[in-house]
Design a protein around this ligand. Sequence first.
Ligand SMILES: C[S@@+](CC[C@H](N)C(=O)[O-])C[C@H]1O[C@@H](n2cnc3c(N)ncnc32)[C@H](O)[C@@H]1O
Length: 239
Amino acid sequence: MSKFIHHGEDKKTYVKNMFNDISRRYDLFNTISSFGVDRYWRFSLVRKFNLNQSDYLLDIATGTGDVVFSMYKKFKNRLVGLDIADKMIDLAKLKQVKKGLKDQDISFIQGDGEDLGFSDNSFHGLTISFGFRNLGNYDKGLSEFYRVLKPGGKIAILEFSKPKVGWFIPLFRFYFNRIVPLLGAMLSRKDAFLYLPESVDYFLSREDLSGKMKAIGFKKVEYSDYTFGIATIYTGIKS
Ligand SMILES: C[S@@+](CC[C@H](N)C(=O)[O-])C[C@H]1O[C@@H](n2cnc3c(N)ncnc32)[C@H](O)[C@@H]1O
């Protein structure tokens, strides 16, 4: 039985408050709990793109901005990072200042990925890393992503999946369902890290998410698994 809400406005409110509360420990928790592999997953997401300096990319659910900073490092292009949790955005802005990166290249804004305040056809690329699962309404999110992308623009979604490699599944389940919540409880809000494994259990299968992307209109929809299928990157092109 589920302990958390996995759809709708109440989920969105819960998720926003939770990420605000854990914001200061978010980066540390990620590095410890994933043994640093999270960086490799985000690096793989960046590698799905080939951008020019003038290209404009939107990173939804940007958190503390790591995808934005990696993209900028590689392409020196213009970027916007958007997140519903204002405290995550504050931390992203702080990192930007520390890195000495200019506001004309990178901006971080608070906002809802399901209701984007951008005009149609604004961006050459759109990313969302470990944020899609947290949306209240996946179809609403996907149609907004499609709307703000330019024709020919690329979307890439990095998200947790249920691993497929047989011998690895019980190990992963033990680690994710037992050890990760313990680590989380030590670092911040206990419920936040019970939410994490449950949200992955309730998340779409690879086929269902690819199907939704196709139904919204994305073409060339593909996905690839990483690290025994713990993480998956989905890509598609706006036709
Ligand atoms: C697990 S974090 C991922 C952060 C970052 N992308 C990363 O890879 O580390 C999920 C983020 O999604 C954000 N989020 C959840 N729902 C959102 C929504 N509807 N719109 C925008 N951001 C949202 C949360 O506030 C949180 O910062």
